[in-house]
Ligand binder design. Structure first.
Ligand code: ADE
Length: 281
């Protein structure tokens, strides 16, 4: 039994967003179906090897991109990854750019987030169990630094990489209005997406290090001369971006496995205000 359990665990998970529905370089693949108290995850989780390291791969929108950003079962996804023993999550996500210097095909590793979502359950707590984890640094700084290094070491020809950016998460599934896009720019947000919240919050509550590799597909709709985002436009750039993302991920996995970086997330609950056990019924 221990052997079976050992093969059904992974330190590192990749959550693949729009455009990254599978990792072509995964070998020795096996699919696991996991049920959680929060229902089924977006899809079966694929365990496989990348650079000789076991990783868990989960496609955020499910097979055939069936789930809207609001429908993604964020709690089930994080719970299922925790069940596999995951300690590091690399979130790969398509984003729009809110700043002129962040261009389509660039990659951004954000360090801050603004949660503008409206209808998602964003905590594992409640019903008598209370904890307030810190979200001051919503993305793991050590993992984010490693992702930036992975980009620099990977052989990427098109685009450049940026770090220290703010990701604003909207509910979607519609793109923003021009007024909203302008407002997010005034908030000093740099990139815009629909999925990394509450994913980052839930990962933090689960004490899993979480960082994002954001792939820029468009200029949203604020830019005076660039065309406003449409699904067609974003998808065209996504396809180009997915190959580059896989190169960065391969390098990142090798670095994570070699360094096992210490994360502020790993003791998130130790520093949170938690309901004393004897106060729970
Ligand atoms: N994902 C990709 N481009 C986006 C945009 N402009 N707004 C929100 N999510 C996105």
């Amino acid at each position: 039994h221990t052997e079976v359990l050992a093969t059904l665990s992974a330190d590192i998970a990749i959550i693949g967003g729009s455009g990254l529905y599978q990792m072509s370089s995964l070998t020795n693949k096996r699919s696991v179906t996991i049920q959680t108290p929060y229902g089924s995850p977006s899809d079966d989780i694929v365990l496989g090897e990348l650079e000789g390291v076991t990783v868990a791969f989960l496609t955020r929108h499910g097979q055939g991109h069936r789930l809207t950003p609001s429908e993604v079962p964020y709690r089930a996804n994080i719970y299922a990854l925790k069940t596999l023993g995951v300690r590091y999550i690399v979130s790969v996500s398509a984003v729009g750019s809110l700043q002129a210097h962040l261009k389509p095909l660039d990659m951004v590793v954000p360090d801050q987030m603004i949660d503008m979502t409206k209808q998602r359950v964003s905590t594992f707590f409640g019903e008598g169990a209370v904890a307030h984890v810190s979200m001051a640094d919503p993305l793991c700084p050590a993992l984010a630094e490693l992702l930036t290094r992975a980009y620099d070491q990977a052989d990427i020809i098109e685009g450049t990489s940026h770090s220290k950016a703010t990701y604003v998460c909207i509910e979607g599934p519609q793109f923003s209005t021009r007024a909203e896009s302008e407002w997010y720019r005034q908030m000093q947000a740099d990139i815009i997406g629909m999925t990394n919240m509450p994913e980052a919050k839930l990962a933090r509550e689960a004490s899993i290090a979480y960082a994002t590799l954001a792939l820029v597909t468009d200029f949203d709709c604020w830019h005076p001369t660039e065309e406003a985002v449409s699904a067609d436009y974003a998808i065209k750039n996504l396809m180009k971006n997915a190959d580059n993302a896989q190169k960065v991920i391969r390098q990142a996995v090798a670095l994570i496995a070699a360094e096992l970086p210490e994360s502020i997330a790993h003791n998130a609950l130790a520093q949170a205000l938690v309901t004393p056990i004897d106060a729970m019924d």
